[in-house]
Every structure is written in C-alpha cells, then in structure tokens.
Unconditional design. Sequence first.
Length: 194
Amino acid sequence: MALEAAFGGNVRVLGIDERRQITPQDLATAAHVFVATVQAFRVAQAAQRNVYRDDENYEPFFKGRALPDDLMRNEADATVRPGEVSWSFANIMRLVRPVMIVDEAQNFVTGLSETTGARLNPSAIIEFTATPVRSNVIVSATADELKTEQMVKLPIHLTQHTGWEAAIVHALQQRAGLATTARDANEPIRPIAL
C-alpha cells in the first residue's frame, strides 16, 4: 500500500520466475518488485543461474542504447555473441540499480553474497534481521513493538523483572514448566533457555 501510494498505484509485484514478462516500457512506467530467494542469484559461477544467462527476450533493454562498460559479458556460452554484453536479467538490474531488500540478512554476509550484491549493483541494500552482525543499525524494534503492530508470527509473553537474577530464575522456572507440559503431552520437545 505504501508503494502504491508513492507511485500512484503503478506497482507490479512479480515472482522471479515471471521476470521474462517485463519490457523497458514497463520499467519506465511502474515500480516493480521482484520477489526471489538469495539462491536465485548467489552462485560462484554466474553461468549456473538463469538470471545471469543471455536471453533474447531482454534484447530491447540493450539494443540501440549506450551501455556502461561494467555489464557482464557472454563468456561461458561461446555460441551467444561471445564477448558482447549479456542480455540477462542480472544486467538489467545493473542498468536500473534496484533497491535490494534482504530478509534474514545475517545469512547474506559471506564473500559470495558480497559478490552477488556487486553483480547486481543495487543503489541501496536494506537488510532485515533479528540478529545483526554489524553496528550500522538504522532502525530497531522491540518484541513488544512488533507484537503491537501484529508483525510477530509466534506469541510472545513479556515479563519485566526488577533485576537480572529474578529474570534468570523466572526463565529457568518457565523452561521447567514447558518441559513438564511437553513430557505430559508425550511430545519429543526439550525446551532450552539461552
């Protein structure tokens, strides 16, 4: 709804498998959201993923226009314009410089993930994570705030304690109570407290 308000209703949300439906005119007249897993792009050898492969459907994005020198070139497939710019979805992303939104961003910090980000050349990367590994956190939300906004999938029961010792004792009591409940229900669950 926020995107539709910002773009006057001109928003299309597509799965990564629908990427071949776009045209240059589409990208010029509407905001597009492509939903994909990181695995669709993260690979050591780019030629192993369809998003990096030459596709004649994308020719209109590349023909008849000046192209930057840093686009990926056809090298793996010698039958397709060797050495020329690859007509690939990844190169389209390099041209439009998308905003990349990464959920569970703590899993997107390896060297290969950084290479993947560099291949797509996003104008910004927005990372969502419950376990940040870096200190450049812009926004933080407490569990209670998330619960109030109905953004939590599991129930959270918060209890405030006067000191850390009381919190530890309460956590151990809760763990023991959950273990009893699981044992009485004959469930193969072993609650833990961290």
